[in-house]
Design a protein around this ligand. Sequence first.
Ligand SMILES: [Zn+2]
Length: 609
Amino acid sequence: MIARESTSFFNCEYDPIHKDVRTAFLSEQRTAAKRQDAIDSRRTFLCGCCKRPLKIVGGTENGKKCFHFMHIEVPPEGECDYYEKVPFSKEEIKAMLFHGRTESVQHRQTKGKISSALVSEPDIVNVAVEEVAKHIGKSWRKPDIRADFEDKTVVFEVQLSPIFHHVILERNDAYRDNGWYICWIFDDVNEDHPIMRELDAWVNNNYNLFGFDDEAKAATEKSGRLHLTVKYYVFNIIEDGLNSRLCGKWQTETVQFSDLTFDADHRLVYLHDSNSEKQECIERIECIISECKKEIEEAERLAQLEIERKKEEERKRLIEEQRIEEERQRIHQEKEDVINFIYKIPEYNFPSEMFRLTLEYLGQIDKEGIMILLSSIEANIKYFETDAINKWLKVVCEIVKQRGEGVQTAKYLWNEVIYKFEESGNKILHLSLKDFFSVMGIRDYSRALKLLMRPIDDDTSDWLSSISASDKDFEYYAPLIILNRYYRANRHIPERIANFFADNTREIWCLISAQIGKPFGYKDLQNLKQISNLVWNSYPHISQLFIYLIERNGLVHTISDVKYKNGKPQKSQYQKLKELIDSQKNQPLIEVTLEDLEIIFPAKRETKH
Ligand SMILES: [Zn+2]
């Protein structure tokens, strides 16, 4: 007897699918291990010690039915450590004792009842009953009952006593090879646990087991037709992911013999096609398991992708961190450079790169640094090169705009720069009108306007656009607003136009041209008297601006001479406009709309704003 290391096999631990249908599985293996070709080719269970083929036999252990391995042949003395000489089981001894002796009364009665019922079956041709007891051996023997139907022959083996496994297999093969159907009949198949000989017949007959029990006998007697009780196995599935497996349960039905299925291909008689059912279940289990594996693989693949994504994210984060650190160091270094530079500004040149950095870090320099810078600029004003003084002016204008400090220094610089650039005939770089206004106020910009490389930049333009007609100094801005219109429409101001505006008197012509929708320098407007008359009559809302420009340009005399009509003095143009302005005092100036100026520089030509 081989018990060693075979427990896991008999518990089906290695094959989870069959765990829950262990009896069916082991019964199949028991049959498979018995096949002569398997034994001859040694493709069967072999002893771990002597390598001889093994068979599976049934026995009892602790009162429970169990299977175990056993050598098929007795190995010579001393050749196998595992071989233990055990006596035949009680069942085997009974089988050996019985064969060769007369059959029991019960056996004969059962045969009689079955055969007489068979006579009444439809299509029956002949029923033969063997009266002689059978012998063990491989020679051909007659069956207990042979029933010839018109289309088939069915033999019945009534097995009420123990029988060797190989006998069942041999007879199955012999009859089926002969084209007959075989039904093993047991007396009682309703027990909870079929005995071994029943299992052998069951597993080799599509998991259908026939019994001629009390129920079958009663049904047969009552109807006069042969009835059998069929105990069969219903296979099903326990769905449990990767652990999905077969399960099965016994079912018992008493049916009429002619209602059984006769499978001509395999010469099998059965009620329920358990084999096909089992096959379908196995295929479904394989499907479930393969789906599960796919899901697991997909989950693993996604998990791997996630890991890679996180790695990549971490890598990018480190790179970004490094970049930020380098940037921080660069900024720190640049700031240091700027501080070093402004603490000891050179008298002459101001390198472009340092100029850019100074403007960039100006906001981060502390008050002390700014004070030192301003005083060293003042101390050096007379010694700066033209380019350097231009750049320092821009720096100081930024200080004024950002902090309100350094207005005085900026004024010195503006005066110095305007003077120097007028002398040299060069243009002031980097600065705009807004830089001028922020230091010098809004008056007298015309001198700077002429010299500025870019009189209006985006900064200035935004600031001019924010001026409203009610602003106190609106009249100062009027020409500039016109210029700004031009800038916004064209994104630059030609020098000749800047020069045109830099000559104050032209403001007046410009203003009026705009009002009447004529281009600059409209020739018919030479006469200021005519113009003031036009303003008085048609454009009273710009009279205040007009008079301001007349006064600012010292042209009052041109419109203030008094005429006499019928000996009475008439009011001058100037007086009339002044009175008009007085009458308007309480009226806001909002009527001087910027839209009026669109006539010259239509806003629709703008590409930006
Ligand atoms: Zn052995």
